[in-house]
Design a protein around this ligand. Structure first.
Ligand code: FAD
Length: 406
């Protein structure tokens, strides 16, 4: 069996659903595929950085109203606790972030893409790419009953997350230290949770937690891959998971393993990216293009902003016709997407790498957190930059970086 589309979008997480929504609304024939069926869970701390709200508004289609109507929490800033117990907190000046289960949020986006005109197929796994010479010209899918379908497209959008099969088939995937894994859970009745997200850094790894509405707290335990292997412990059971949380001074006594309201999900290792986010007939967006580390909580923002940049670049070629006629869009037509990504994300990439590597050093984390505890102005600025409401370059100025250390 075979069918033909302007765009096939692989993966219906935030990156894929938003790209499909924007392309379909502009008049393109779009097929959106996901191996999961929605609602589905996704290992995540489930906080939408405050900069995300403006994108949800721009997406339209009732997305922001649906988030507002869903059970959610509001987060007004971040608290960071260092390995030596020092603590700092920063506020999102005049803003807040929504926090809600990914099962709910991602389903809102998928249904909005469908309403915009995208055809959505769930429970369908993309197994391979279809080639036309050196250009990608479609995908081969496999569904639960073993049926294989070839879907031809002028553009394949790889939005299939951290383990992107699209990026892997292109041979573009690279990885680096720190190789961390995450275990995420939903826990009820966690003590001391207020309107701030919390990040607790330990000698080995860190924990991020925050409310997601309905009295539930999402908890992400992030550990180096080598530490998980060396320990031989099973963090996927409630008891092992909660026992590990007790090692963090600010978390001891706050979790009851009997109050886990969902299985512990595992994902990683991270620090993986694609050497090039576009090639003939194919473009990568969201985690499929790059995902370094979850500490700064910017992944959903990057997925949605990346979708906007991808759609801006693709719409003229798909809807108004031209580059490549009816064939795959050539890489030259996708170059504006690469340039736009660099402009939009270079500061974010640097910031998340500095922070992601920095939290691997307990001495450095102790020093910076103590410094920020004495300088609430700097703490607000840094938290605003990770929340995508302050340009990252303001924090990356050498004079400011020096103030964080001395
Ligand atoms: C522990 C942890 C905590 C995090 N916390 C936050 C946070 O608080 N805030 C934040 O903004 N970001 C956070 N992130 C990052 C965020 O989860 C990701 O950046 C975001 O989900 C990226 O969206 P995406 O659409 O690119 O990929 P995903 O959300 O991963 O979606 C990819 C989709 O592709 C589908 N798929 C995969 N392979 C195939 C295939 N072969 N065929 C068909 N479908 C396929 C999957 O089923 C999935 O639905 C966190 C990440 C982790 C690991």
């Amino acid at each position: 069996m075979s069918d033909r589309w302007d765009a096939v979008v692989v993966g219906a997480g935030p990156a894929g659903a938003a790209t499909a929504l924007l392309l379909a609304r502009a008049g393109a024939e779009v097929l959106l595929l996901d191996r999961a069926r929605f609602p589905r869970h996704k290992p995540c701390s489930e906080y939408l950085s405050p900069g995300t709200t403006a994108i949800l508004k721009r997406l339209g289609g009732g997305v922001l109203d649906a988030v507002e109507r869903a059970s959610h929490a509001k987060v007004y800033g971040m608290k960071v606790v260092a390995p030596d117990g020092a603590a700092m907190s920063g506020r999102f000046a005049g803003a807040y972030s929504y926090a809600l289960p990914r099962a709910t949020f991602d389903t809102i986006l998928v249904r909005a893409a469908e309403r915009a005109g995208a055809v959505v197929r769930e429970g369908v796994t993309v197994a391979d790419l279809v080639w036309d010479g050196a250009a990608v010209a479609g995908v081969v899918t496999r569904s639960g009953n073993g049926q294989r379908v070839t879907c031809h497209a002028r553009i394949v959008v790889g939005a299939d997350g951290l383990r992107s099969v699209v990026a892997r088939r292109l041979g573009l995937v690279r990885s680096s230290a720190p190789r961390r894994l995450a275990f995420t859970a939903h826990v009820g009745d966690v003590g001391g949770v207020d309107g701030l997200g919390e990040l607790h850094v330990g000698d080995l790894g860190y924990v991020g937690l925050g409310p997601v509405g309905g009295g539930v707290t999402t908890v992400a335990l992030v550990l180096p891959l080598r530490a998980v292997r060396a320990s031989g412990r099973d963090y996927r059971g409630g008891t092992g998971f909660c026992a590990e949380l007790e090692r963090f001074p600010g978390l001891a006594g706050r979790f009851d393993p009997r109050r886990l309201v969902r299985d512990v999900l595992v994902t990683g290792p991270f620090a993986q990216w694609s050497r090039q986010a576009a090639a003939d007939g194919v473009l990568l967006v969201g985690d499929a293009a790059d995902f370094f580390d979850p500490f700064t909580g910017q992944g959903i923002y990057a997925a949605l902003r990346g979708a906007e940049l991808a759609a801006e670049c693709l719409i003229p070629g798909l809807v108004s016709g031209i580059p490549g006629g009816r064939g795959p869009l050539p890489a030259t037509a996708l170059a504006p997407y690469l340039r736009a990504r660099r402009r939009a994300f270079t500061g974010k990439w640097l910031l998340e790498r500095l922070i992601g590597v920095g939290v691997g050093s307990p001495a450095l984390t102790n020093r910076v957190v103590r410094r920020l505890a004495r300088r609430p102005d700097l703490a607000d600025l840094l938290v605003g930059a990770t929340g995508n409401i302050v340009p990252a370059r303001r924090v990356l100025a050498p004079s400011l970086l020096a103030q964080l250390l001395w």
